[in-house]
Design a binder for this molecule. Structure first.
Ligand code: SF4
Length: 471
């Protein structure tokens, strides 16, 4: 059977938000994971609209499309075109799980939740002509998951072809996060067996890895054994984890020993009220500065995530956040306008309160205001968000944040990483157009090389800083 798997683009190429490098980082790992359940006789192709033009002139036996909120309309259009030709189309992913009735209008079968149990079941049913309209994931395990079909990934088109996921979900329950909606009806946090995860790492060529897990340190025992196993593998890796896991015990030191060089951290807000309101309990009363300094002391670069527009935010939140990030040498920042994704508790609460302003999913990209704000007007929020990005990534602030580090190597790493990410767009575009993107991987690996840090700066008290800035 001929199978086509498609990841439609999350943003239009002609949109002002299209940044080729941002969308050329990671291959569609979810589709390659599902492809592993196909039979060796099946002819399968993965197409990723972020890095290649889609060819929709074919007529495969089965089309599989991964749907996120901002590619939903593109996904539905592609699905409709194939169905008009008589091709069997299935849709799955975060948005399908949140709004199954909407997605079902464009699919022969839809998938709710993760696909490790349901996709193989569907394949059996499909082969005998008895596929169901809806597949709902109930059993959650990564045992006996076959090796990902990495042979289907066009590695040369990505900066980070070695992305990997060894857990699913997260132990926390933030109201604005998709996690609880996606995993509803079963376990919402589970891991691979450590040996399977290590075997998957062994299969990846080169040195650099990017763990796309929501919270790699979420299961302490698993993470500890994983890092122990990775110690002798001579890898450098990037990942994500929460503030509390950085502060607790010595797991973060173990991660650094195994090669952790950069971490995505969800700071989100400095306001205890915002944290409580969004059920982000794991950040409450945690010393953000202490966590940051601990990462600096281990030579781990930080990508801080910050959300603007929560109900306790006022007009000063943008400056306060940028100043804090620069002062504490956060390497890169990802700012978001709060976005109530359908299916989340945040969305339900806002809908009950009549605060949802639009259901145009294209605008649910964390760059637009789609709900009625409280202490800020919508334009103050949008302008403040734009200002924060411009200000944080000004050369002046990049330099200031870089120079705060102790060692020269750390200063340079910060400068190259932060500057490279936001300031060399034309260079990235040339590399992408000429097919040379993957040749930058050795440079990325050297920027992620180990630094020795002489001293750790004294810890501030985040809460008193928050209170001071509010006086
Ligand atoms: S910690 Fe992160 S992944 Fe986990 S529920 Fe909160 S936002 Fe989602």
């Amino acid at each position: 059977m001929k199978v086509k798997m498609i990841l439609p683009a999350l943003a239009e190429a002609e949109s002002p938000f299209w940044r080729p490098i941002k969308y050329s980082l990671f291959p569609p790992l979810g589709l390659a994971t599902l492809a592993a359940y196909l039979s060796p006789d099946d002819e399968v192709e993965i197409q990723d609209q972020h890095v290649e033009e889609l060819n929709l002139n074919d007529k495969p036996d089965l089309v599989v499309i991964q749907v996120y909120i901002t590619n939903a309309y593109r996904a539905y259009k592609i699905a409709d075109e194939y169905r008009a030709k008589g091709v069997y189309v299935i849709l799955g992913g975060l948005h399908v799980t949140s709004l199954p009735e909407e997605a079902a209008l464009h699919a022969d079968s839809i998938f709710i939740g993760p696909g490790e149990e349901t996709f193989p079941q569907f394949l059996k049913d499909f082969k005998i002509g008895k596929a169901l309209k809806v597949y709902n994931s109930k059993i959650r395990t990564l045992d006996k998951v076959p090796p990902i079909r990495r042979d289907l990934i066009k590695r040369h088109l990505y900066l980070v072809p070695n992305s990997i996921v060894v857990t699913r979900g997260c132990p926390h329950h933030c109201d604005f996060c998709y996690k609880d909606a996606f995993f509803e009806g079963g376990k919402s946090f589970y891991t691979q067996k450590v040996d399977d995860a290590l075997a998957e790492i062994e299969r990846l060529p080169g040195k650099h890895l990017y763990f796309l897990d929501d919270h790699l340190l979420g299961n302490g025992k698993f993470a500890r054994e994983l890092f122990e196993g990775m110690k002798s593998m001579n890898r450098v890796f990037q990942s994500a984890a929460t503030i509390d896991s950085i502060l607790h015990g010595n797991l973060i030191e173990k991660a650094a020993e195994a090669g952790l060089r950069s971490l995505f951290v969800g700071f989100e807000t400095f306001s205890p009220q915002n944290l409580k309101q969004s059920n982000k309990k794991q950040n409450l009363e945690k010393d953000y500065v202490k966590a940051v300094n601990r990462l600096h002391s281990l030579g781990i670069m930080i990508n801080g995530s910050f959300v603007f527009g929560m109900d306790d935010d006022d007009k000063d939140v943008f400056k306060r956040t940028v100043d804090w990030g620069v002062k504490h040498s956060i390497t890169t920042s990802t700012f978001h306008i709060q976005t109530p994704y359908p299916g989340t508790r945040l969305y339900k609460n806002m809908e009950t309160e009549g605060r949802i302003l639009t259901k145009n999913w294209d605008l649910y990209d964390t760059r637009h205001v789609v709900y009625k704000t409280k202490n800020l007007t919508a334009s103050e929020l949008k302008e403040g968000y734009d200002w924060a990005y411009k200000e944080f990534y000004s050369w002046e602030n990049i330099l200031k944040a870089s120079l705060n580090h102790d060692s020269h190597k750390h200063k340079l790493k910060h400068l190259f990483y932060s500057g490279g990410w936001k300031k060399f767009e034309p260079l990235w575009n040339v590399l992408i157009k000429t097919g040379g993107l993957n040749s930058m991987l050795p440079l990325l690996e050297s920027i992620l090389s180990k630094v020795k840090v002489k001293s750790v700066k004294a810890s501030d008290d985040l809460l008193s800083e928050y209170q001071l800035s509010n006086n």
